[in-house]
Design a protein around this ligand. Structure first.
Ligand code: DHB
Length: 395
């Protein structure tokens, strides 16, 4: 009857074996997890940033399928304690040993800057979810930012101050990248509008004591004191402002939203009432997307309030997931990076865009005022400046 020659049978076997081999090559990619290496300060002075960013990342992952384009997404989280050498070493280990597809996190500017060369050398996209000095995105063509750039907030505040009759101001900033950006861009806008900076004060980033500086502010009697300190340090500035009695002098306290951090505001209390700041996110931002985000975040984190760091972690994870979808799971640094550029979507902060040219975030800036609502303290947004690009890069 039907007879199969030995030769053709062998050929068939070989073909089948080749077919299996080819198929397994195809599926090998899909079997490998897609790895995100998240490096954050989980201990030390910037620990609250690490906690918020991680919670934002985990929430996005929990709300979205663990499998993108057939690949499982794996998150590796490491604590850099806020020290640049440690961040860099961890990033190197993650790229070489863990073979991560994306590096993410970066709680402070020096931590992002120290790691930038590793992203460039290994062609690994690096998603900055916290640090905010304007120049960070220039440190590597593989950097994408989902947090914000300090000049966006400082320019907005400078314009608002001038429009609201403030002519003489003192600036008080943390003495490193974002503080220097804040000081420079606030000053520029105030001067442009006919105002004057009476004194520019810089406070050390580590173990900051604001008291002697605030005493000097009291003596100078400006119309306003403009402040930038990184997330987590706002409580101390505000408390010392009140302890020195500056809240009774009529000196208006203004700043970037880092100072009236949503996460800290209830702990700061009455001293913060009425403080006007500029920023890209408030927990009370009025939108359906934000309401859903806040409810889910508080539920997943034992009622912890999300702040702007949590939102940047959440949005950054979205940018990574969508890039992986767009490349159909193939990853590869350059393809992923290309798919991250130009993403446009609605974030809990409002509309958001990753500018393909600068790889930096473009979003609305809001002017907000601290108010007490049902016994809790909030930054209430009352003015919107739409689609603000980093002024640090357009000059
Ligand atoms: C940076 C850190 C912060 O906590 C913040 O609020 C803004 C900027 C930074 O180091 O870049």
């Amino acid at each position: 009857m039907f007879k199969i020659s030995k030769r053709s049978f062998t050929q068939k076997l070989v073909k089948t074996a080749l077919g299996v081999a080819a198929f397994s090559t195809l599926t090998a990619f899909a079997d490998e997890p897609f790895k995100i290496g998240l490096i954050l300060p989980m201990t030390g002075q910037a620990a609250s940033t690490g906690k918020q960013v991680e919670a934002g990342v985990r929430l996005y992952m929990a709300q979205n399928s663990g499998k993108i384009a057939g690949r499982n997404v794996e998150l590796i989280v490491k604590d850099d304690t806020g020290l640049p050498d440690v961040t860099k070493r961890i990033a190197q280990e993650m790229v070489v040993n863990d073979k991560v597809d994306v590096l993410a996190g970066f709680g402070l500017t020096p931590l992002a800057l120290a790691t930038a060369p590793i992203a460039t050398q290994s062609k690994t996209p690096l998603v900055v979810m916290a640090a905010a000095t304007s120049s960070i995105t220039l440190a590597s063509p593989y950097i994408i930012r989902t947090s914000f750039a300090l000049p966006q907030a400082a320019v907005t505040m400078g314009d608002w101050a001038a429009k609201n009759g403030i002519k003489k101001a003192v600036t008080l900033v943390s003495d490193y990248g974002p503080g220097i950006d804040a000081e420079k861009f606030f000053r520029e806008r105030l001067l442009l509008n006919g105002g004057q900076i009476m004194e520019a004060m810089r406070v050390p980033l580590r173990n900051a004591d604001f008291a002697p500086f605030l005493q000097k502010v009291r003596d100078l009697k400006p119309e306003a004191l403009f402040v930038f300190v990184p997330s987590g340090q706002g409580t101390q500035v505000m408390k010392q402002f009140a302890e020195r009695g500056l809240d009774k002098t009529g000196i208006k306290l203004i700043g970037t939203g880092d100072v009236t951090d949503d996460d800290l505001l209830n702990g700061i209390g009455d001293v913060s009432l009425g403080m006007v700041t500029s920023h890209h996110y408030s927990v009370t931002h009025k939108s359906a997307v934000n309401q859903k985000f806040v409810e889910a975040f508080e539920k997943a984190n034992n009622k912890m309030r999300p702040n702007f760091m949590a939102v940047a972690g959440y949005d950054g994870t979205r940018v990574i997931y969508e890039a992986l979808k767009a490349t159909k799971g193939k990853a590869g640094g350059d393809a992923l990076l290309a798919a991250m550029k130009g993403q446009i979507f609605e974030s809990p902060r409002g509309p958001m865009f990753i500018d393909a040219q600068t790889r930096d975030v473009v979003h609305n800036m809001y002017i907000r005022k601290v108010e007490k609502i049902n016994g809790e303290y909030f930054n209430t947004e009352f003015e919107t400046i739409k689609d603000v690009k980093d002024p640090g890069k357009t000059q």
